[in-house]
Design a protein around this ligand. Structure first.
Ligand code: ADP
Ligand code: MG
Length: 226
């Protein structure tokens, strides 16, 4: 069984009259270590789909199975633990905490389980070196460039060795050169770590770096290439 199975996910938002149908039986599968891009016009449901796959929102119908488990069957504390343990997120905004150093920010996913141990701190340092921030570990987010903040976000997302890395417009706030660098870093880190990666992007350049491309069209997820 593939590590990630998204099976006929439909999402409707209730309105005063008929419900707004955003996703219509969207399905996709990823094997361990595979990656894919999801493209589509603004408002087509890309973030909605990524949020459902990331267990931040639930489908109206259909299922998501990650490593053989159906996270929507869990109660909220168990779901939060499952999400923290198995899914890493990179958003358009970095969501780094301004009062913490870069290293402390990268350690945040481990803090949910108590104070990070020496091995986890070592892991955070290694990741920061791998994303090119070896000299920036004690800096505050405000002292970094936009591209560097996204690199720190990538390191944070990978800390607990998630099975699945989800990125929603990860280069959307960056200039062209930084966007290209962060895009290639994401793919390099995904390959190095062996995680699955799904990237929602407007950037044809970033989408082209990924092995497969899906497009959302009228709520349907269509494989374009790969
Ligand atoms: P994308 O990320 O592709 O730009 P979104 O997934 O954010 O698109 O949104 C898809 C559509 O769903 C939009 O029309 C948006 O207004 C609508 N939508 C998103 N969240 C909600 C919600 N909680 N309630 C009602 N409509 C929503
Ligand atoms: Mg979006």
């Amino acid at each position: 069984m593939p590590e990630l199975v998204v099976d006929r996910v439909t999402k409707e938002f209730p309105t005063r009259d008929q419900p707004l149908v955003i996703l219509r039986e969207a399905s996709l599968e990823l094997e361990a270590g595979q990656n894919a891009a999801i493209v589509g016009p603004s408002g087509s449901g890309k973030s909605t789909l990524l949020h459902i796959i990331g267990t931040l929102d639930s489908p109206t119908s259909g299922t998501v199975t990650l490593r053989g488990e159906n996270p929507f069957a869990f109660d909220e504390p168990h779901l939060a633990q499952f999400r923290n343990r198995h899914i890493g997120f990179v958003f358009q905004d970095h969501y780094l905490l301004p009062q913490l150093s870069v290293l402390e920010n990268v350690l945040i996913p481990a803090v949910a389980a108590g104070a990070p141990d020496a091995a986890t701190i070592e892991r955070a340092r290694d990741l920061l070196a791998a994303v090119g921030l070896a000299e920036r570990m004690t800096h505050r987010p405000a002292e970094l460039s936009g591209g560097e903040r996204q690199r720190a976000g990538v390191a944070r997302a990978l800390l607990l060795r998630p099975a699945l890395l989800l990125a929603d417009e990860p280069t959307g706030n960056l200039d062209r050169a930084s966007a290209a660098a962060v895009g290639s870093l994401l793919v390099k880190m995904q390959r190095q770590e062996g995680t699955m990666l799904l990237v929602v992007t407007h950037s044809a350049e970033l989408a082209a770096r990924l092995d497969r491309r899906f497009e959302i069209e009228d709520g349907r997820l269509i494989l374009q290439s790969g």
